[in-house]
Design a protein around this ligand. Structure first.
Ligand SMILES: *Cc1c(COP(=O)(O)O)cnc(C)c1O
Length: 236
């Protein structure tokens, strides 16, 4: 095993241990939690190492970088690529070519663009889409998610678009404050969504620094970067 693979294996073990302990503390089954390893800014070789270690779900936040990595690793058909970053409508077609899910759908316009995109590329499965929810009531519109009272409208549009599947909700906890009130709000938004859409059960929340709190409030999908890959190299 190369030193880098050994490092990734050790970090993965540590994160899986954190997940197991956090689940145990609140009586949840860790098997129901999906760990998405966020590989943005790290090379395709790291994704290959992670796949060798049993990782199936990886997260990327920039279309160009992710498309190149997915193309370089097209011999790994089991890897599921999750688009977790802000997405411009003009990238929808490219994203539909590599992503199995988009966590950052924050407008009906983007849902429409993804709906058009999936009809134009070859895909074997529907594109899982999550409504990104803003956990910051002060956030200006169009920055990092829709306010809770706007979720239903975006969700309806996704659910009504052929080729898209409404999977659930996603959020990033506001920076530098206790993440728990936000995660609790996200869980309520999810409960409300599931009254209309019982299959939209994903709650994508929790990163390297707050995965325990997210699991306490029902996260089903964690997006963990640094705790597995180490410090991110600075953006070029
Ligand atoms: C980078 C990123 C993550 C991972 O963050 P870490 O702190 O490195 O675990 C999770 N979610 C989103 C949306 C990100 O952009």
């Amino acid at each position: 095993m190369s030193p880098r693979t050994a490092e990734l294996a050790q970090n993965l073990d540590a994160v899986r241990g954190r997940v197991a302990r956090a689940c145990e503390a609140v009586g949840r089954d860790p098997q129901e939690v999906t760990l998405i390893v966020v590989t943005k800014t790290f090379p395709a070789d790291d994704v290959r190492r992670l796949a060798d270690l049993g990782v199936v779900d990886v997260g990327e936040n920039r279309d160009q970088e992710a498309a190149a990595k997915a193309a370089a690793l097209n011999d790994l058909p089991d890897v599921r690529w999750h688009c977790i970053g802000r997405l411009q409508t003009n990238k929808a077609r490219s994203v539909a070519g590599w992503a199995t899910s988009v966590h950052s759908v924050d407008s009906t316009r983007l849902a429409d663009a993804l709906g058009t995109a999936v009809t134009r590329v070859e895909r074997t499965a529907a594109l899982d889409c999550l409504v990104q929810v803003s956990l910051d009531p002060q956030a200006p519109p169009g920055r990092g998610g829709v306010q809770p009272d706007g979720v239903a409208q975006v969700a309806e549009r996704i659910a009504g678009t052929p080729g898209l599947r409404l999977a659930g909700v996603m959020a990033v906890a506001p920076h530098g404050v206790d993440p728990r009130p936000g995660f609790e709000r996200l869980r309520r938004v999810s409960e409300e969504l599931r009254r209309e859409h019982p299959d939209a059960g994903w709650i994508s929340a929790g990163m390297s620094g707050d995965l325990e709190e997210a699991l306490t409030f029902g996260a089903t999908h964690l997006r963990v970067g640094g705790a597995v890959l180490g410090n991110r190299p600075p953006l070029a």
